[in-house]
Design a protein around this ligand. Structure first.
Ligand code: AP5
Ligand code: ZN
Length: 213
């Protein structure tokens, strides 16, 4: 199964994508996580991406598209994948459609996790992230067992650099401007399903499973 997660920054795409990946035993591919891993390792790609991410802007398509297409051509993607944070622009969506159609394949579902902007700001301020394994927590809704320590790998949890309120505001603007048009794009392709992302995490997951099965 090939799945795309759509939704504003902080809508819960990553939270749900991890659960979907576990349930269906397919890789969870987050362009944001790939960029953050590169920033941590101080690679050339990471240094470039950081310039844009810290400002809440999108990393340019020419960098992002090549990186993502390389990833989905790996062997572990043969039985499908769940994409989290890609595509984010119409050119990214078109490149993905074209790359898959060259293989005689297509995306099965685009799941839009719908959350209004007002709820996003409070979610982001409570988010804590593990930059080692990619796990995400929320100080109120999904706190780690020990304060500021990742349940999964024991690493220290941090506030992401781009979760400052001014940057979140910019990310929301960029989302409405460049990414929201993808909702119509995938609606036209007849593979769009929207779920109410304001419900609690388990309920959102059950709503997504109901779409996929
Ligand atoms: P990326 O890492 O993709 O960030 P994002 O899309 O802004 O999404 P987030 O990771 O912030 O949120 P999410 O929707 O995954 O929510 P989460 O599950 O964590 O991208 C970062 C940057 O990288 C971009 O700004 C851009 O610069 C660059 N980039 C990445 N991809 C790119 C691309 N394709 N093209 C160009 N540039 C790109 O949840 C948020 C919080 O809420 C957590 O604390 C969570 O625990 C909590 N939560 C989740 N669900 C619920 C719920 N139902 N109820 C209560 N709390 C919840
Ligand atoms: Zn961890």
């Amino acid at each position: 199964m090939k799945i795309i997660m759509l939704g504003a920054p902080g809508a819960g795409k990553g939270t749900q994508a991890k659960r979907i990946a576990n349930k269906y035993n397919i890789p969870h591919i987050s362009t944001g996580d790939i960029f953050r891993a590169n920033i941590k390792e101080k690679t050339e790609l990471g240094n470039k991406a950081k310039e844009y991410m810290d400002k809440g802007e999108l990393v340019p398509d020419d960098i992002t598209i090549g990186m993502l297409l390389d990833r989905i051509h790996k062997d572990d993607c043969k039985n499908g994948f769940v994409l989290d944070g890609f595509p984010r622009t119409i050119p990214q969506a078109k490149s993905l459609t074209n790359a898959l159609s060259e293989l005689g394949e297509k995306i099965d579902y685009a799941i839009n996790v719908d959350v209004p902007d007002e709820s996003i700001i409070s979610r982001m301020s409570g988010r804590r992230a593990c930059l080692n394994c990619g796990n995400t927590y929320h100080i109120m809704y999904s706190a780690p067992k020990t304060e500021n320590v990742c349940d999964n790998c024991g690493n220290e949890l941090v506030i992401r650099d781009d979760d400052k309120p001014e940057t979140v505001k910019k990310r929301l603007e960029v989302y409405h401007d460049q990414t929201q048009p993808l909702i119509d794009y995938y609606d036209n392709e007849k593979i769009l399903a929207s779920v109410d992302g304001t419900k609690d995490m388990e309920e959102v997951f059950l709503d997504i499973i109901a779409v996929l099965e």
